[in-house]
Design a protein around this ligand. Structure first.
Ligand SMILES: Cc1cc2nc3c(=O)[nH]c(=O)nc-3n(C[C@H](O)[C@H](O)[C@H](O)COP(=O)(O)O)c2cc1C
Length: 391
């Protein structure tokens, strides 16, 4: 079973993460993880913090001489700003009161529900953990999951197709693995992670306009997985269904407000005859589809087609333009003040969503094929592929 946890506060000493269940013998380097962390930090419209923070992962355990040893892998990412927060975020009782409490909840954040739920008069005790800073560790752990999947020919990627009103025409019909990987390649060259240059320019205009107006901007992105075999996930219990697990994983990313699989919402307005992915058979190809409107998942299981997910991110809630709120202590209204913040973080959210997708698919892969070593997992997987060929 693949399990993972993150810990750490936004202005604390750093972020900690543990991933357990990765078989022994997988080659993983610090660079594999740092490369992904770098991808999360890029993006037009990010706030000042991205300049302060150049994230680097320190591997604490579970990897020896470049390979996993089957024990829990733990990772630490230092917060570069820590020296300015040592007293404010100290664990020692002697530092209590070294910074004013935050009593003004920001609309669109965990601030007010969190303070009420956890009985915290200082909102900092909520916002430090609810911040999307935490997603850096998800990306680090996801990098390990990605490395594991790559060992079995499964690649994960993403691209941004909408920011504000600027929207790229999504490719229609059957999208091949090659096409998806090409979209990823082009997205990697774009400041807004959009594979279409003309749309990317319009997206930047949307971000510029929001920035000038003291506003923020959301958007949508596609996450895909190619190379996954048929049969990951299961129809037999609600919580084993892979589409449900992926939707939860993506929805858990801060500011994600909707997740779709394949044709998603649009499928609801079409007749069934135009929606299903019909089944064909060829002697060499085996069972195959000409379309992928189900996003590679039927009955909660992969069907061998690329897994396609789309997510929508709300605009960043911290704005230069003030929003109405009420001080928790005085109960007086005030207008939420601006703190250093991103104007648009859709490209970064897409990288986080990739990490979550990798972690879920790696978990489903290990459920099906198991193995304490990569060789054993590979043997089990080869046996399954052989069985499928003979079916
Ligand atoms: C990569 C990423 C970066 C974000 N950056 C900011 C930010 O700079 N300022 C901000 O107010 N919210 C930011 N958010 C969004 C908030 O974290 C999120 O809206 C908030 O925690 C409330 O969670 P919810 O939107 O899921 O309800 C970011 C989200 C992501 C995924």
């Amino acid at each position: 079973m693949l399990e993972f946890y993150t810990a750490g506060e936004s202005h604390g000493k750093g972020l900690a993460g543990i991933i357990q269940g990765i078989p022994a013998g997988l080659a993983v380097s610090g660079e594999d993880i740092n490369g992904e962390l770098k991808r999360r930090q890029k993006g037009y419209g990010r706030g000042g913090r991205m300049k302060i923070e150049s994230d680097r992962a320190e591997i604490i355990s579970g990897i020896r001489w470049g390979r996993t040893i089957g024990s829990p892998i733990s990772i630490f990412i230092q917060n570069r700003d820590w020296k300015n927060w040592e007293k404010a975020m100290s664990s020692g009782a002697e530092d209590e009161g070294s910074i004013q409490p935050v009593t003004r909840p920001r609309p669109g954040h965990a601030d007010l529900p969190g303070a009420l739920k956890f009985a915290q008069p200082d909102i900092r005790n909520i916002l430090e953990r609810s911040s999307a800073r935490e997603t850096a560790m998800r990306v680090a752990l996801g990098a390990v999951a990605k490395k594991f999947l790559l060992e079995f020919g499964i690649s994960i990627g993403s691209y941004v197709f909408q920011i504000g009103k600027a929207k790229m025409k999504q490719p229609s019909g059957r999208i091949s693995a090659e096409q998806l990987l090409d979209l990823l390649k082009r997205a990697e060259e774009s400041q807004v992670s959009c594979p279409d240059e003309e749309t990317a320019d319009r997206m930047k205009e949307q971000i510029d306009r929001a920035m000038e107006a003291g506003d923020s901007m959301g958007g949508r992105f596609t996450v895909f997985a190619v190379g996954a075999p048929v049969g990951l996930g299961s129809h037999t219990q609600w919580d084993r269904r892979l589409d449900g697990r992926l939707a939860q994983a993506l929805m858990s990313v801060q500011a994600i407000k909707a997740v779709e699989a394949g044709g998603g919402i649009e499928l609801a307005s079409k007749p069934g005859s135009q929606v299903m992915d019909e089944i064909f058979y060829g002697k060499d190809a085996g069972f195959f589809r000409k379309t992928d409107r189900m996003g590679g998942i039927e009955g909660g299981m992969t069907n061998g087609m690329p897994i396609l997910l789309h997510a929508a991110m709300k605009p960043i809630p911290t704005l230069r333009k003030p929003l109405a709120s009420v001080d928790m202590k005085t109960k007086e209204p005030f207008e939420a003040a601006y703190e250093r913040s991103d104007v648009c973080a859709v490209p970064a959210a897409a990288v986080v969503a990739e990490a979550m997708t990798a972690l879920i698919i790696a978990g489903a892969f290990l459920e099906k094929f198991g193995g304490d070593s990569i060789t054993e997992t590979g043997r089990n997987y080869d046996g399954y592929k052989q069985y499928l060929r003979g079916f």
